[in-house]
Design a protein around this ligand. Structure first.
Ligand code: NAD
Length: 412
């Protein structure tokens, strides 16, 4: 396992660079963000005191378009994490054919320890201190620790400063302020679309195909529901509290209702209690890790029985486990492809904000499917051409696109 996400990002980058014989100058350039800033946000607390919070924004590269992506708020946040995530966003955008560079921002703070007012002042302070330059330069959005309300405050603060309504300047905002429909569903739908496409290619008929899902949050639940509605058998689902299984298939709609009422999949009457720690080793055809990173390791990989793994979570498979599973012939749809649905719909959100033409949910889903299946096909084709894993295929493809943009601009 790599020591931190930055090392993991550089490891993936160097592997792609070696496989595609990338010029050393370009590798060096992509190994460091184009720009990185660290700044402080003074916030007036409810008791009248002032507290200083540290914030970051990383612009990995903007040869492929304006930098774009989320703002993470969590207590242990590090500059390396933000730099790595901006590199991942460069790659994810290029994989999905989105004309955007990679950006990421964050604030080192624990939202659960702030009052609503303190949190709002912190978020507004982030925009005041960052002074983003708008839809054609850098577009902040949401991530862990921020959501649609925080993005509404960011947009309002940005518009107060500039004096212009500019819905395309901030992503992940509520639909009432110009956000896109389908933003919540996007990543789960994309995971489901990739799963269905790969299952078709592997000759797995939906009604005979058993799927196990780790994590039943935003992504895991939406992906499971879409696959259930398409006749796949979801035989086991876990969350942080426990797991349920049913070899005949769980009714995912009813499980979502149970989740809504109780906050967990545990105790669901439509299945049997199951050992959540064993979810990855379930006897199934497809495994969807949709919880946290580094869960599929060299230790448990030999016991994984699925023939197809769809990485809904970011980096759920360690590099060692990746090698082991690939040598066993397990197909892995990598995170940069499988969970790029959110990034794709963020791009749609910007397009809608700029054109003032707001799409129906059906149109968002239709365009999302076209875009993500193209990304999947390109990664698969590159993997075949170079005889490498689909992860490496996706990275080679993405770095190739960024390389072309830099060369055309005469940057190298
Ligand atoms: P979420 O917080 O809504 O849900 C996470 C789920 O995982 C919950 O059901 C939680 O109980 C479960 N979980 C957490 N730790 C677990 C553990 N150790 N074992 C089993 N279950 C555990 O999060 P989400 O938005 O659904 O995101 C899931 C993953 O997908 C994350 O890795 C995230 O980075 C990645 N991702 C999300 C998006 C998005 O649009 N939300 C986009 C790209 C990637």
């Amino acid at each position: 396992m790599k020591n931190n996400v930055w090392e993991e990002a550089l490891f993936n980058l160097s592997q792609a660079a070696e496989a595609m014989e990338l010029e050393p100058e370009l590798l060096e350039r992509l190994s460091t963000p184009m720009r990185f800033t660290e700044f402080t946000i003074p916030v007036r607390m409810d008791d009248g005191s002032k507290k200083i919070f540290t914030a970051y924004r990383s612009w990995h590269q903007d040869a492929t378009g304006p930098t774009k992506d989320g703002t993470r708020v969590r207590p242990g946040l590090t500059p390396e994490e933000i730099k790595a995530l901006s590199l991942f966003m460069s790659v994810k955008h290029a994989v999905a054919g989105i004309p955007a560079g990679g950006g990421k921002g964050g604030i080192k703070a624990d939202p659960s320890k702030l009052s609503d007012g303190e949190y709002e002042r912190l978020i507004r302070g982030f925009i005041r201190k960052l002074s983003p330059k708008g839809a054609f330069v850098d577009i902040p959005g949401a991530d862990i620790g921020t959501g649609t309300q925080a993005m509404a405050w960011m947009l309002d603060e940005y518009e107060q400063i500039t004096g212009f309504h500019s819905p395309a300047a901030i992503n992940d905002k509520p639909a009432a302020l110009g956000g896109s429909l389908g933003g919540f569903e996007a990543t789960g739908w994309g995971v489901a679309a990739c799963t269905m496409e790969a299952a078709k290619e592997l000759g797995m008929a939906p009604e005979k195909t058993r799927i196990a899902v780790q994590g039943f949050g935003q992504v895991g639940s939406i992906a499971s529901k879409k696959l259930f509605d398409s006749d796949f058998k979801i035989v086991a689902i876990s969350d942080i509290y426990g797991a349920v299984e049913n070899p005949d298939g769980l009714d995912v709609g009813k499980l979502m209702d149970h989740m809504e009422k109780t906050g967990s999949v545990k105790g669901f009457g439509g299945g049997r209690e199951y050992d959540g720690g064993k979810i990855l080793e379930t006897d199934c055809d497809i495994l969807i890790p949709a919880a946290v990173q580094d869960v599929i390791t060299e230790e448990n990989a030999p016991r994984i029985r699925a023939k197809l793994i769809v990485e809904a979570a970011n980096a759920p498979t360690t590099p060692g486990a990746d090698d082991l599973l690939s040598s066993k012939g397990v197909v892995i749809i990598p995170d940069v492809v499988a969970n790029s649905g959110g990034a794709i719909v963020c791009d749609f959100e910007r397009t809608q904000g700029l054109s003032n033409d707001y799409w129906t949910l059906d149109k968002v889903e239709e365009r999302l499917n076209i875009r993500i299946l193209r990304a999947y096909a390109e990664a698969r084709e590159k993997a075949r051409e170079k005889n490498v894993s689909m992860r490496l295929g996706a990275w080679i493809n993405a770095i190739g696109k960024i390389r072309s943009a830099m060369l055309l601009r005469g940057w190298c």
